[in-house]
Design a protein around this ligand. Structure first.
Ligand SMILES: Nc1ncnc2c1ncn2[C@@H]1O[C@H](COP(=O)(O)OP(=O)(O)OP(=O)(O)O)[C@@H](O)[C@H]1O
Length: 261
């Protein structure tokens, strides 16, 4: 059962895809007001884990959101409490950036009701936060990969949820916008929000409070990003092809040459 500080608790979570087991009974907790990065090799099961936590995949076991079993939380409550940014999300290409972001307000709106002043304010704030306000009238399909990602990020922010799940949120973002994303996550966490992000950029992932290392559909490690044991687990899951070093007060993961070359 989840503790009082638990934003998400995952209990013996199993997922099969295409008839094959992908997640093999995962137990994991995410504390409120913390940022956790989920890392691991390609195909390890990171996206599957995040999707199952969002209630987007059939699974066995339990997921608790803010202390309540996900299965018992009405869809509208869930959509208000948990915002989702998926990987390579398609569709909605003909909608403007503004209207896409307004989709994030749907959980707050009555059926077929016009957007309220609060909805419009949330959308403007979200688009300004991701610096996408200037192209609010452009269709999503006309935007570059990075511009599109900033609109989808704005849609997730517009929900104003307590828990944000983001799968590869840095995809297509240039370094300044990656840095802005980092500032944004830190601001969200300082407001008490909980952020869980799947990241391939290990240097960025190590900026989080906690790291979850996934390998072969299991949790290889969960620990603080400053903990040397976490660094060793990260190096091990990538076959020691990366090494974690301290640089100017931050942790960085640098590529290592293969032993065989
Ligand atoms: N729809 C599906 N049907 C069958 N197998 C799937 C399906 N989706 C994913 N898989 C498999 O499940 C495993 C986990 O996939 P998942 O996308 O969760 O990995 P990941 O850790 O997020 O990988 P990546 O870093 O490459 O994004 C992979 O072996 C993948 O091939």
């Amino acid at each position: 059962m989840p503790g009082p500080d638990s934003a998400i608790q995952v209990c013996h979570l199993k997922v099969s895809l295409g008839g094959s087991p992908v997640l093999h009974g995962i137990d994991l907790g995410f504390q409120s007001g913390r940022w956790t990065s989920v890392v691991g090799p390609n195909g390890a099961g990171k996206s599957t884990l995040l999707k199952a936590m969002a209630g987007l995949l059939p699974h066995s076991g339990d997921v608790f959101l803010l202390g309540r079993s996900l299965a018992s939380v009405p869809g509208r409550d869930r959509a208000q409490q948990m915002a989702w940014l998926g990987q390579n999300e398609g569709g909605a290409d003909e909608l403007t950036a503004y209207d896409v972001t307004m989709l994030g307000r749907l959980p707050h709106q009555a059926w077929l009701a016009a957007p309220s002043d609060a909805d419009r304010a949330a959308v403007e704030q979200a688009l300004r936060t991701t610096q996408a306000w200037d192209w609010r009238s452009r269709p999503l399909g006309h935007l570059s990969g990075g511009e599109r990602q900033r609109v989808l990020l704005a849609r997730a922010l517009a929900v104003q949820a307590d828990v944000l799940l983001m799968d590869e949120p840095l995809a297509n973002l240039d370094p300044p916008h990656q840095s802005d994303w980092l500032d944004m996550v830190r601001a969200l966490v300082s407001e008490g929000k909980t952020v869980v992000s799947v990241l391939h950029e290990l240097g960025m992932a190590l900026q989080a409070d906690e790291l979850v290392v996934v390998a072969d559909g299991r949790i290889a490690h969960q620990g603080a990003c400053v903990d040397p044991a976490t660094h060793r687990a990260l190096e091990a899951v990538f076959d020691h092809r990366v090494a974690v070093h301290a640089l100017q007060g931050q942790w960085v993961a640098l590529p290592q040459k293969s032993q065989t070359t």
